[in-house]
Write a protein that binds this ligand. Structure first.
Ligand code: SF4
Ligand code: SF4
Ligand code: FES
Length: 477
């Protein structure tokens, strides 16, 4: 167990881990301290000079991010001296800043805006012409740089140096001509974390900018289904759909970060081409169909189910409960590994979000989840069969899935249950049925560690789609 030390901050007794920095101790204890350059996932730079504190017995204020907690320390950041120091530093940061908040995508979640509002420092004190820098630079990987807005906190350069070790960014020149320099276009798979850690609107997401004002969005805390890691994420959305994904700190799984692939997992959910209701294929044209009528046409056929690895633990349990005692055959389709097994940071080649949950559910129900069992089922498909295929929500390798679909074509009736967009490859199916996406259901999936990760239904979707017994209703037709 980590040793704790006792200290007093603004007259309040707090505890902190021995050896941790003073700013972290304050933030962990809910004490507000202005800061730009400090980030818990990066080394300490101590360059923004916003986190100043006074300590009993120490003659001059100092930055709290660069000081270590000690037993019995008495610290304050609510004194007139500190308030004046923070305001002076803030004015320094505002000197050349364009203050273009009305057109800045960071407005509403900008550290500079927050503090100048709080301290009543609404404008730059600059009487000379401000130094102008390049405003709209595409620096790769969906990240845009506005050098004029940069306050040179160095979070981004430390990220590319310490986390991805790719060093695409640096700082060039001195004084008010210092600026972020792009040594080469961003090439790392975690680049969009730069947008999250930039405390101002200097780094913004090409994907998200100008789409929504953040005060019109609500956040749903859930889990990324992009690979077996299962990073903790929050999806920003409103009644018009989902707009972005950001990581949530999770000590045991993803720390502060997520990969760029995971930023795209929401896009199909509110896509206009996503299947909204049951459809039937009539001479190549998919027309709205009644689910009860579809069920009636399936009577007497032998049901074969090919499940994906994207169901929740609860959905698998419900499904197997529903088929208990029936003659239905069930097999599991797993997505092939993509790229390296593990990239050393977060990304895994295994793109099956709940592979462990699926295998456990198959075993508990006495079904074989192996590729051999799937091959056996595919080899025995006959025209009297009704084959249900649950389409994986994120298909990184459509060709691999198409090979499966080709083998299913021998079945007399083919029904696809899809949480994603309507794929061209499903044109040969008789019926397409929508099933809830990861943002429309509550439940758990098991990640590569076997740890339960929570999926939460978003705010803008109907209650009915959160019903985990959805898959069961197609059983025993
Ligand atoms: S671009 Fe953003 S993160 Fe990078 S130094 Fe400037 S303000 Fe800091
Ligand atoms: S590492 Fe995997 S789970 Fe994490 S954000 Fe990337 S795709 Fe999603
Ligand atoms: S947060 Fe301490 S100096 Fe920047």
């Amino acid at each position: 167990m980590t040793e704790k030390v006792n200290l007093t901050w603004n007259g309040k007794a707090i505890q902190a881990e021995k050896g941790s920095n003073l700013l972290k101790a304050a933030l962990d204890n809910g004490i507000e301290v202005a800061h730009y350059c400090y980030h818990a996932g990066l080394s300490v730079a101590g360059v923004c000079r916003m986190c100043m504190v006074e300590q009993d017995g120490v003659p001059r204020p100092f930055p709290s991010c660069n000081a270590t907690c000690g037993e019995g320390m008495v610290v304050r950041n609510d004194t007139p001296k500190i308030k004046s120091a923070v305001e002076t530093t803030l004015q320094f940061h505002l000197l050349n800043h364009p203050l273009d908040c009305p057109v800045c995508d960071q407005a509403g979640e900008c550290g500079l805006q927050d503090y100048y509002m709080k301290h009543g420092v609404y404008d730059s004190q600059m009487i000379d012409k401000k130094v102008h820098k390049e405003k709209v630079q595409d620096i790769g990987k969906n990240v845009m740089l506005d050098a004029e807005r940069c306050i040179l906190c160095s979070r981004c350069t430390r990220f590319t140096e310490e986390v991805t070790k790719t060093n695409e960014l640096g700082i060039l020149n001195r004084g008010d001509h210092a600026e972020i320099t792009v040594n080469e276009q961003l090439k790392n798979d975690y680049a969009q974390n730069l947008v999250d850690i930039c405390p101002v609107g200097a780094l913004t997401s090409k994907d998200f900018r100008f789409k929504q004002r953040v005060w019109f969005l609500e956040e749903v805390q859930t889990t990324c289904i992009g690979c077996e890691t299962g990073c903790a994420v929050k999806v920003s959305e409103n009644k018009n759909g989902a707009f972005r994904v950001k990581p949530i700190y999770d000590h045991d799984v993803n720390g502060h970060w997520m990969c760029d692939d995971g930023r795209n997992i929401y896009k199909h959910v509110s896509s206009p081409t996503r299947l909204a209701s049951a459809t039937e294929n009539i001479n190549g044209l998919f027309v709205p169909a009644d689910e009860l009528a579809i069920q009636a046409t399936l009577k007497g056929k032998k049901a074969k189910y090919i499940l994906s690895t994207g169901l929740t633990v609860g959905e698998y349990a419900n499904f197997f409960k529903a088929i208990k005692g029936s003659k239905a055959e069930v097999a599991l389709y797993t997505l092939p590994n993509l790229g390296v097994e593990f990239d050393g940071l977060l990304k895994r080649g295994d793109k099956n979000p709940n592979l462990r949950g699926a295998k456990a559910a198959f075993e508990a129900a006495g079904f074989d989840h192996t590729q051999a069992a799937l091959d056996k089922m595919l080899g025995s498909i006959a025209s009297s069969d009704a084959v249900f295929v649950v389409v994986p929500e994120i298909l990184y390798n459509e060709d691999h899935f198409n090979t499966l679909i080709k083998k299913v074509e021998k079945a007399g009736t083919r029904i696809a249950l899809t949480p994603g967009e309507t794929l061209g490859t499903l044109r040969s199916f008789n019926y397409l049925l929508p099933v809830p996406s990861f943002l429309e259901k509550n439940g758990e999936i098991l990640n590569y560690q076997g740890a339960a990760r929570t999926l939460r239904a978003g705010l803008s979707y109907g209650e009915t789609s959160k019903d985990v017994s959805y898959y069961g209703k197609w059983v025993n037709v």
